[in-house]
Design a protein around this ligand. Structure first.
Ligand code: BTX
Length: 324
């Protein structure tokens, strides 16, 4: 692990006593000046120390503030989040990530913001994120897949969020096709995938994740007051956003690498296990005609498969579904 990690570890293991700069420099095999520089860096990231001449340092506070460095610390990934940009405030992490992707950034770049002034959902819908109570991030991928497969990335991300939410809260969320994560029927997270492709090649895919974490019920405002929820609302606990972000990135990389190696099959199985209203009757409209049928499966290109009243299967792309 990095010098920084080792330093934090040493300091947190000795939080009741002072440790000298000399002792730290011996333990870490770096100079005393280097120790001092690391401590300064930690202070900038919100760590606090008591320091007494001739005695040394004592760690008094570890921040929950999200910063590049606090997210790097604890990240187990090889490529996802290897480079992070973090902003207190930004228009939209998605817009910036797309810009970075077009400029040619490497796979794995993650843009994180505390607040988004112009967070967005699909089809120019608004995403409520002009406050620091949620995780708002976008990540850049350069997958070697066919353009027709890119909707799979949304479904893949959904399974990652299902796992992460379950791991953190012990609740069992559901996924509502194609891109909403629900807890008790209310939307806790949304996913926005935007890909750029040509012929048979995906140049980049940017995955935007919005997860409501620490909002209280009273903080949800119109128009999402009755349709949205947060981890805090569902469990009456607040969560370290830093930890939530690390858990998402660690899990994402694991699932994504598996997907590139072994394909979509296990994701599909997993997705179907938590699918909202699978096996139930839905109404949908295609070209203005209202039909109904049973939601029976998911296709490999990410469509809903419906068995209609004539016992025929229909694949729904962006048809409007009336979920009731
Ligand atoms: P969507 O188009 O499926 O959902 C948008 C709809 O969800 C809105 O019309 C509104 O009804 C509801 N909604 C808005 N804000 C929230 C919220 N905070 N919680 C629950 N429901 C809400 C979903 O689009 C995809 C959202 C992706 C958001 C991420 S955040 C990081 C990245 N940057 C960015 O600008 N977008 C993505």
């Amino acid at each position: 692990s990095s010098t920084r990690e080792q330093l934090i570890k040493l300091l947190s293991h000795h939080a009741n006593t002072f440790v000298s700069g000399q002792w730290l420099s011996d333990q870490l095999s770096i100079s005393r000046t280097a120790v001092w520089k690391q401590i300064k860096q930690l202070e900038e990231d919100g760590y606090r120390f008591e320091s007494v001449p001739n005695k040394g340092y004592r760690l008094t506070y570890i921040p929950d503030k999200v910063s590049k460095n606090t997210v790097y610390w604890g990240l187990k990934t090889k490529s996802i989040g290897k480079k992070i940009e973090h902003y207190d405030q930004i228009e939209s992490t998605q817009t910036l990530a797309i810009k970075r992707a077009q400029e040619g950034c490497d796979e794995g770049l993650v843009i994180i913001a505390e607040k988004q002034i112009a967070g967005r959902g699909r089809r120019a819908r608004h995403w409520d994120s002009n406050h620091d109570k949620g995780v708002w991030l976008s990540l850049v991928l350069r997958p070697d897949i066919m353009p027709i497969q890119s909707p799979q990335l949304t479904l893949l991300t959904a399974t990652v969020l299902l796992d992460v939410i379950e791991e953190i809260t012990q609740l069992k969320p559901e996924v509502k096709w194609p891109n909403d994560i629900l807890i008790n029927g209310k939307k806790v997270a949304g996913i926005l995938t935007q890909a750029q492709a040509e012929h048979d090649q995906v140049h980049y895919a940017v995955i935007g994740i919005g997860l409501n974490v620490n909002q209280e019920k009273s903080e949800l405002t119109d128009p999402i007051k009755h349709s949205a929820t947060s981890l805090q609302i569902e469990t009456s606990k607040s969560y370290s956003k830093q930890l939530v972000i690390q858990t998402i990135l660690n899990r994402f990389e694991e699932v994504y690498f598996n997907y590139l190696k072994d394909g979509f099959k296990s994701i599909k199985t997993k997705w179907l296990k938590s699918a909202y209203r699978l096996g139930e009757r839905l109404e949908y409209s295609i070209n203005g005609e209202v039909k109904s049928g049973v939601f029976i499966d998911l296709s490999d290109d990410g469509c809903l498969i419906i068995e209609n009243d004539d016992r025929q299967q229909e694949k729904l792309y962006t048809a409007k579904i009336h979920w009731f």
